[in-house]
Design a protein around this ligand. Structure first.
Ligand code: GRF
Length: 224
């Protein structure tokens, strides 16, 4: 698909399977996401996301953390290659690494992450097991602007699903992943169309602050 020079440019960060990355690719191909993917960045050169990007002809930048003496050195090296791709938005889609706030700072307001919980519930790992163990009725996924802290920063939108009595972390994760694949492209599309922006600490939709995260329904993202 051809893209005009004004088409917003995404750099996607992924560490594993890459299904959310591929959901973005699909949405672009299907005309639901007016953007282009300028590159895939990864901390795991052997991961499926990297292989998929190569197959699609999307430029890949993948470095190994173990090749660097210190954490911050890896983050600096990875981000050193970023500006060359002229990204408008960085999308962390299953990027399993906490980045040094110093490298993110210049990109403030231009980085989003998808996290598999109804934030502020369950930042960090193992979210599906934790939601079941807590006896929660519902579980979900959040797309948020990235702040200095782990899985924190203003939430833009959420998708939620019911937890059933026979759910295991695996069944719950699989069901939620289908929702993530709709949620992430829908949110990125709103940002690409200039409808969502971070102003100060507040997410704005069409110039007005959002009182609560957008919710994903059958018809798409809605205010409640
Ligand atoms: C997703 O559940 C995402 O929410 C989390 O990591 C997982 C990545 O899956 N941050 P994939 O690599 O996109 O398939």
């Amino acid at each position: 698909m051809s893209a005009s020079p004004e088409t917003p440019r995404l750099v996607v960060f992924a560490s594993g399977r890459g299904s959310n990355f591929l959901a973005l690719v699909d949405a672009i191909r299907g005309g639901r996401l007016p953007a282009r993917i300028a590159a895939l960045f990864s901390d795991r050169p052997g991961c499926a996301a990297v292989a998929a990007a190569r197959e699609l002809g999307i430029p890949v930048v993948a470095l190994r953390p173990r090749d660097f003496a210190e954490r911050a050195g890896f983050d600096r090296a990875l981000f050193a290659g970023l500006a060359a791709f002229e990204p408008d938005l960085l999308v962390l889609a299953g990027f399993l690494r906490i980045l040094d706030p110093a490298v993110l700072e210049p990109w403030a307001g231009r980085v989003v992450n998808i996290h598999p919980s109804l934030l502020p519930l369950y930042p960090g790992l193992d979210t599906h097991r934790r939601a079941i163990a807590a006896g929660d009725a519902r579980h979900g996924a959040s797309v948020h602007f990235v702040g200095a802290e782990l899985d924190a920063g203003p939430v833009i939108a959420q998708a939620s699903i019911a937890i059933t009595p026979d759910d295991t972390p695996e069944t719950l994760a699989a069901r939620l992943l289908q929702e993530e694949h709709r949620l992430l492209p829908a949110v990125v599309a709103l940002i690409a169309r200039g409808r969502i922006a971070l102003r100060g600490a507040a997410v704005h939709l069409d110039g007005r602050p959002l009182a609560q995260p957008l919710q994903l329904h059958e018809a798409g993202l809605t205010l409640s």
